[in-house]
Design a protein around this ligand. Structure first.
Ligand code: ZN
Length: 246
């Protein structure tokens, strides 16, 4: 079965992860060892988009899709996007690190670019409900119905939040909202998410360089769903979404 890891970081984190740093070569070794064939990669929060982009975009040893980190306060972000938009596969928004809800107006222009160019946006969703609730992403989805949004950590990283989120995203008005499995461990509840939301909504990710794909691949492998559904989660859904962009 082809496995694409749809959520990996490479490079340097700020103090939130003790300035931890990892390289492209380390990522390739870990991905290959885990049987992963391609990865959607984004910088860590203290790494420049341009530096990582140059290292991965035409990498001869591994297939990477580049995911640009969208910090509205990054002064060189707009220039980077202008220059490389056709080779940028996704955008990443991290409300908790940026300390801004995704509904903050500073994100608007980037959400418009993403919607117009059919660039999926991966949004960190967590337990900090004031800032990083999946509910703000659903508001954004109503405002930009064509925008493809992937809610990371299944929309909340804890069963009470992500089970509730799975029922919401099933609604027809959220047809362009997807759920990423990165760093979720509770396999029986992940199974419930898939049963509620549908396998066509769920996308595998590991959150490497913080976590390992080898930790999270078995979560999906051991769920009692069809091989076809597993294939959607491991690669089919993300490839379909990436294919919308020209
Ligand atoms: Zn992440």
């Amino acid at each position: 079965m082809i496995i694409i890891d749809s959520h990996i970081h490479i490079g340097q984190w700020s103090e939130i992860f003790f300035n931890y740093n990892s390289t492209v070569d380390e990522a390739i070794t870990v991905m290959k060892k885990a049987g992963v064939s391609a990865a959607v990669c984004m910088p860590a929060d203290n790494e420049q988009n341009e530096k990582l982009f140059n290292e991965v975009i035409n990498n001869q040893n591994f297939k990477f899709y580049f995911n640009a980190w969208i910090n509205p306060e990054d002064k060189i972000l707009d220039g980077f996007l202008d220059k490389h938009l056709k080779n940028i596969s996704l955008f990443k928004i991290h409300p908790s690190i940026q300390r801004k809800r995704i509904t903050d107006e500073s994100y608007d222009k980037y959400l418009q670019i993403a919607a117009e160019n059919k660039i999926p946006v991966i949004v960190h969703c967590g337990r900090w409900q004031d800032i990083a609730s999946y509910k703000f992403c659903l508001e954004v989805s109503l405002k930009y119905p064509e925008l493809i949004i992937i809610l990371a950590h299944l929309g909340g990283d804890t069963p009470s939040l992500y089970l509730e989120c799975a029922s919401e995203v099933k609604k027809p008005e959220y047809k362009n909202v997807y759920l990423g499995t990165e760093s979720v461990r509770e396999f029986k509840f992940v199974e419930q998410v898939i049963n509620k939301a549908g396998a066509e909504k769920v996308i595998f990710g590991s959150d490497y360089n913080l976590c390992l794909p080898q930790t999270f691949i078995p979560v999906i492998e051991n769920i009692d769903i069809s091989a076809g559904d597993k294939e959607l989660i491991f690669s089919g859904n993300i490839l379909r979404l990436l294919g919308f962009k020209d």
